[in-house]
Design a protein around this ligand. Sequence first.
Ligand SMILES: *[C@@H]1O[C@H](CO)[C@@H](O)[C@H](O)[C@H]1NC(C)=O
Ligand SMILES: *[C@@H]1O[C@H](CO)[C@@H](O)[C@H](O)[C@H]1NC(C)=O
Ligand SMILES: *[C@@H]1O[C@H](CO)[C@@H](O)[C@H](O)[C@H]1NC(C)=O
Ligand SMILES: *[C@@H]1O[C@H](CO)[C@@H](O)[C@H](O)[C@H]1NC(C)=O
Ligand SMILES: *[C@@H]1O[C@H](CO)[C@@H](O)[C@H](O)[C@H]1NC(C)=O
Ligand SMILES: *[C@@H]1O[C@H](CO)[C@@H](O)[C@H](O)[C@H]1NC(C)=O
Ligand SMILES: *[C@@H]1O[C@H](CO)[C@@H](O)[C@H](O)[C@H]1NC(C)=O
Ligand SMILES: *[C@@H]1O[C@H](CO)[C@@H](O)[C@H](O)[C@H]1NC(C)=O
Ligand SMILES: *[C@@H]1O[C@H](CO)[C@@H](O)[C@H](O)[C@H]1NC(C)=O
Ligand SMILES: *[C@@H]1O[C@H](CO)[C@@H](O)[C@H](O)[C@H]1NC(C)=O
Ligand SMILES: *[C@@H]1O[C@H](CO)[C@@H](O)[C@H](O)[C@H]1NC(C)=O
Ligand SMILES: *[C@@H]1O[C@H](CO)[C@@H](O)[C@H](O)[C@H]1NC(C)=O
Length: 635
Amino acid sequence: MARYSFFFFFSFSFSFYPMVFSQLSSNQKTTMINLSRSLNVTSISWDINKEPNPCLWKGVSCNSPSYSSVIKISLSGVFLSSSDFLPLVCQIESLQNLDVSGNRLSKIPSKFLSDCGKLHELKLLNFSYNNLEGSLPLFVGFAGLEFLDLSHNRLSGAIDLELDGLVGLRSLNLSLNNFTGSVPTRLGKSKVLKELQLSMNKFHGIIPVDIVGYRNLTLIDFSSNNISGSVPDRIGELSKLEVLILSSNSLSGIPQSLSNITSLTRFAANSNKFNGAIPAGITKHLRNLDLSYNSLSGSISSDLLSPLNLQTVDLSNNGLSGSIPTALSPSLVRLRLGSNSLDYVIPTAAIATLQNLTYLELENNALTGLISTELGFCKTLMLLNLAGNQLSGSLPMELGKLSHLQVLKLELNLLTGQIPIQIAQMSKLSILNISWNSLNGSIPPLVASLKNLINMNLQGNNLSGSIPENIGSMTSLMELQLGENHLSGDIPSMPTTLQIALNLSSNLFEGHIPVTLARLTGLEILDLSNNKFSGEIPAFFRQLGALTQLLLSNNQLSGEIPEFDSRVIVNISGNEGLTNTSHTEPPTTSPKSEKAKMSCAEIILLAVVAAVFAVGGCTILAISLLGYKLVKKRN
Ligand SMILES: *[C@@H]1O[C@H](CO)[C@@H](O)[C@H](O)[C@H]1NC(C)=O
Ligand SMILES: *[C@@H]1O[C@H](CO)[C@@H](O)[C@H](O)[C@H]1NC(C)=O
Ligand SMILES: *[C@@H]1O[C@H](CO)[C@@H](O)[C@H](O)[C@H]1NC(C)=O
Ligand SMILES: *[C@@H]1O[C@H](CO)[C@@H](O)[C@H](O)[C@H]1NC(C)=O
Ligand SMILES: *[C@@H]1O[C@H](CO)[C@@H](O)[C@H](O)[C@H]1NC(C)=O
Ligand SMILES: *[C@@H]1O[C@H](CO)[C@@H](O)[C@H](O)[C@H]1NC(C)=O
Ligand SMILES: *[C@@H]1O[C@H](CO)[C@@H](O)[C@H](O)[C@H]1NC(C)=O
Ligand SMILES: *[C@@H]1O[C@H](CO)[C@@H](O)[C@H](O)[C@H]1NC(C)=O
Ligand SMILES: *[C@@H]1O[C@H](CO)[C@@H](O)[C@H](O)[C@H]1NC(C)=O
Ligand SMILES: *[C@@H]1O[C@H](CO)[C@@H](O)[C@H](O)[C@H]1NC(C)=O
Ligand SMILES: *[C@@H]1O[C@H](CO)[C@@H](O)[C@H](O)[C@H]1NC(C)=O
Ligand SMILES: *[C@@H]1O[C@H](CO)[C@@H](O)[C@H](O)[C@H]1NC(C)=O
């Protein structure tokens, strides 16, 4: 036992060998002890009695190899609410890096600014994710400061000369505050700024041309402000710019000069007021372009989508017309041209050569012609959305080769013929929407092998025959839309996972309402209207606890109407055999509409769609989709 203790003691001493012979200066040690006392929070375990060397305290870094002075203090996310300790930090002359992000600090004490302003080594200050309020303080001194992060606070007011004295400033982040006034341009007299983040504030007015004085800028993010006017033409002089993000403002002009910046890889200016034609050559050097949600018009020039580096292009929700160019970049991963006025055929032969194409979204245009069999060569596709066009002909069986496909949306076209059984080979499919076409024949029983399918929408076609008997084995299915077809026969046992809706309306179903529906305890909307169901309204409907809408109108139901909870919207009109009871007045509607609220199941479904997009790093899109859905629901 003793031998082991000795061994441990020995190896312990050995492993901390450098610290034994090198010490913090006594000044710094006292300061660190004083600092540990003034940090009055239990989440920090800085204790000189437990660990005599402050260099080994959590979040503290000292210079190596001598460990004679503290160079870095990180107190991130430790629930600090008092700023009183901050001036003490400035007594550590060797300090290079102070990170107090993710706390509840509401102010930066003036003694901190005056004392720390004198520290020559200080390079980085991170106050992000706190509760800082009031206006931006004046920074005097701080000659070596390179990184200033004040993002995610509540700072307000306009910015004038407060940061101009920061001669070494290379990275400034003021995003997500409440700043107003015009876009600041006095950001360090010596103009060495490289990264400028001003997103999510209330800056307004134009983009000042003075910004081009900062020749070293590589990143500009002005998104989500209220900036208007044209982007200055001289921005083309920023020859080191790599990322330019101007999304969600009121900007109206894109300068041609952007095409002169050979280093620019990402340009995002979605959700502005850009109109007219897309400037020629703008994609020459780009990897990512987002001009969605503007008012751009004219046709897409034949070379816009062809530059070799181009990976993602989003021109959706504009007024673009003409045809889709056939010259496409071999690097394309995502092509979004939805909600424009594009016509003519889909250039499938060109698309089929793209090795990495993952998201193809051409919905809500005026595209015509067939869905080409060549689409089957796009093996990397995860999302294919051609909905809302004038595509005709039948669904090619080659679609079955798209084994990575998760979302297939072909609704609202003029498609005819039968659903090919090869559709069952798309084993990753989670959303299948081929509603509102003219598909005929029966639903192939093989679709039940799509075990990942969450949403199947075959509504508004000309499908006949009965629902496949094995449909109950689709254990991911949450929404099944089969309304407005010519389906008939027995209704098989449905998957108990159904939640969002089961819609069998406007078909040719007859006989009693099947008792197997009693197992759908998670179901929110059940629509059996416009069929020929007869017999009584089953009492088990009252036990379906998740039900919010029960639509039974225009059938041949008879007998007494069961009493329903007031949160369920029930429509039983057009059933002549039903007798009125004291409790329910047919047709009834619920007093309070639940429509504005998104159901849990819908959120899950949206999360799936979001996840598909997120793989491509496009969470903004998913969020806007969510927002769109909420808005739609509210209306
Ligand atoms: C530390 O605190 C003591 C008393 O609290 C004070 O006398 C001393 O000046 C402080 N030293 C430093 C370096 O802050
Ligand atoms: C530490 O905080 C407690 C309450 O959280 C307070 O009562 C106490 O006075 C504080 N001590 C110091 C030294 O600030
Ligand atoms: C500041 O801290 C936050 C959160 O810890 C981090 O995400 C951010 O990158 C830091 N900023 C800088 C400039 O290092
Ligand atoms: C920003 O200012 C507005 C009033 O001008 C206020 O209502 C809002 O709460 C502020 N936001 C933050 C994050 O402080
Ligand atoms: C603020 O912006 C800088 C520069 O782009 C970046 O390094 C930093 O991580 C950002 N801070 C946060 C909290 O995202
Ligand atoms: C750009 O940065 C370099 C060092 O990286 C510096 O020498 C030069 O002065 C800067 N340019 C301007 C215009 O400030
Ligand atoms: C944006 O600026 C315009 C004037 O340029 C003003 O009318 C509008 O209210 C501002 N919007 C917001 C959200 O501040
Ligand atoms: C692009 O740069 C060239 C050469 O520097 C210049 O002649 C031309 O005017 C620039 N074009 C634009 C649109 O700024
Ligand atoms: C496709 O993606 C892979 C992996 O990201 C990459 O190595 C390859 O160069 C890309 N192909 C094309 C044609 O861009
Ligand atoms: C399928 O298309 C219909 C018709 O446009 C639409 O109402 C429904 O929301 C779509 N569902 C999905 C999951 O895409
Ligand atoms: C489906 O419709 C096509 C015409 O579009 C017709 O030729 C075919 O016979 C129909 N098939 C069935 C099973 O109704
Ligand atoms: C649906 O099919 C029937 C025959 O089964 C046919 O008479 C009718 O025209 C078709 N409707 C559509 C919209 O294709």
